[in-house]
Design a protein around this ligand. Structure first.
Ligand SMILES: Nc1ncnc2c1ncn2[C@@H]1O[C@H](COP(=O)(O)OP(=O)(O)OP(=O)(O)O)[C@@H](O)[C@H]1O
Ligand SMILES: [Mg+2]
Length: 490
């Protein structure tokens, strides 16, 4: 990574306005400090608290320019050249006068060599300034550099602990270095230290902890919900085709491949309560990668009016967390086909579709849906998802397995029940209805002060009117739509 060289080139190429989106302000300033020396241009910083300062080894203050407008006027009027680093100026870009002043400065390049560098964690450059502007991205440390940092931290620990060596196994060390990808140098160091410091070891059980800590670093606004290995397919009945499909792709997803495309994502479409959400969780669990759940609701609400930007942030976070599963539950609710909201959901849709088409990181998207009428056709067009799986009501074998799973989970002696009879008594039941029936029967047993038995389960089954009966029509429509467009998940 040669940030210095690249940024210097950019400044020399006479771009008047540069933005650096980063959480590492200090690193960006250090870089500019070194560039000022080699280019012989003075460096000034501005912040709302300190006003303008000249950076020369030690600061010399120029008071009175805290006001952003006055500061920009000062640059505009002065005939002195320089690099002006504006720290956290982003809120002031909302002011039309400031935008115009920046444009004036950009247009007067011939008067003096001036470069304005915006440094903030997030910057939206107004349209008026696009023609004068370039983005600069501070490079993130490569795998080799991350390895170096981890080794440095291990040496430091040894020194501080009377020469005791850090215990590590190679697999865990590799895992740690892989999982520190997508972070800045300072963050890599912080997490490497965290992994080592508590017990002087880098072992397999450090990985989930580090992945979670990384997620917390990246996702400060919590627009994503994080889970690590919460479900396994062992606890999901049915889904045989989906399980086989995933098993075939696990290795390529984790390690990449020269020939095969890395799997990108699936859509699970189907009847309510039949385990779509459960299966989505299990994908991450079975691949042993983090599950990031995107809740469209919070995307809309959290920072009103910045919805698309939020989505882009979320997608960036997911890429930094790769390999991971990005789960969008009930996707039709987030990007409904109708444009009743002034085009916001349509733009969200476009952002998501573009990302799905372009992304290269190992982010496996699992979307679930149960209402096809609200699904935008663009989303289900061939090639968007690797596959669309249809999740139907469980067949008898699957119902048997669902009873088995849920009875076991509640510590019931499965051998004492006739699972075939239970499966036969619950035709048209969803997995969730079977689970609820087991729970209800357990309550009845408790109420009577006795044990759960077959009769109680059958009684509950008889008393349940499954949703599939009342919803027969929409389910038939769904099946009809799924025919030919989807593959059965089971
Ligand atoms: N195939 C299954 N195997 C085991 N448990 C299941 C299965 N299907 C459903 N269940 C149980 O029912 C619960 C609800 O299922 P889940 O929320 O995954 O359904 P869903 O398809 O996402 O429904 P919805 O469309 O309402 O979101 C699960 O948490 C699980 O306990
Ligand atoms: Mg669900």
């Amino acid at each position: 990574m040669d940030d210095r060289h690249d940024l210097e080139l950019l400044i020399q190429s006479q771009v008047p306005l540069i933005s650096i989106e980063t959480r590492e302000e200090r690193r960006a300033l250090e870089l500019l400090g070194r560039i000022q020396t080699s280019l012989g241009l003075p460096l000034f910083t501005w912040s709302i608290t300190e006003g303008m300062q000249r950076v020369m080894g030690q600061f010399s203050f120029e008071n009175g320019l805290e006001d952003p407008g006055r500061f920009l006027e000062h640059i505009k009027d002065s005939s002195e050249g320089g690099i002006f680093a504006l720290l956290d100026f982003h809120p002031y870009l909302a002011e039309p006068r400031h935008v115009r002043l920046l444009k004036d400065i950009a247009l007067q390049q011939h008067r003096a060599r001036r470069v304005v560098v915006l440094i903030s964690h997030a910057i939206t450059v107004p349209d008026e300034l696009h023609a004068f502007h370039a983005d600069f991205h501070l490079a993130l440390p490569s795998r080799k550099e991350r390895e170096k940092i981890v080794r440095e931290e291990a040496r430091r620990w040894k020194k501080e602990n009377a020469g005791r060596k850090v215990k590590a196994n190679n697999a865990a060390l590799d895992g740690l270095i892989d999982n520190l990808g997508g972070l800045t140098t300072a963050e890599v160091r912080r997490l490497a230290r965290k992994a080592i410091c508590d017990d002087g070891a880098i072992l397999d059980n450090d990985i989930p902890r580090i992945v979670e800590a990384k997620y917390r670093l990246l996702n400060r606004d919590s627009l994503l919900h994080y889970e690590f290995a919460t479900e396994r397919f062992a606890d999901v009945a049915g889904f045989s085709r989906l399980k086989a499909w995933l098993a075939q792709r696990a290795e390529v997803f984790r390690s990449g491949d020269d020939v095969l495309d890395v799997p990108r994502g699936i859509l699970l479409l189907g009847v309510q309560g039949c385990g779509k959400s459960l299966a989505a969780r299990a994908v991450a669990g079975s691949w042993q990668v983090p599950l990031l759940q995107l809740d469209f609701g919070s995307l809309y609400n959290k920072f009103h009016g910045e919805t698309e930007r939020n989505l882009r942030e979320v997608l960036k976070t997911a890429e930094a967390m790769a390999p991971c599963v990005l789960w969008i539950d009930e996707i039709e609710k987030g990007i409904a086909a109708a444009d009743s909201d002034g085009g916001t959901s349509r733009r969200l849709q476009a952002t998501l579709l573009t990302w799905m088409a372009e992304r290269h990181q190992a982010v496996f998207m699992v979307a679930t849906a149960n209402d096809i009428s609200r699904l935008p056709p663009e989303l289900v067009r061939k090639g968007r998802f690797d596959e669309i799986f249809f999740v139907d009501l469980p067949d008898a074998d699957t119902r048997r397995a669902i009873f088995d799973i849920h009875l076991r989970r509640r510590e019931q002696p499965v051998a004492l029940f006739d699972l075939d009879a239970l499966a036969a008594a619950t035709a048209d039941f969803s997995g969730s209805e079977i689970e609820q029936l087991v729970v209800a029967a357990l309550y009845s047993a408790r109420g009577r002060g006795g044990r759960l038995d077959q009769a109680l389960l059958l009684k509950e089954a008889a008393a349940t009117r499954p949703l599939a009966v009342t919803m027969a029509e929409p389910i038939a429509r769904l099946r009809q739509w799924a025919e030919g467009r989807t593959v059965p998940a089971n």
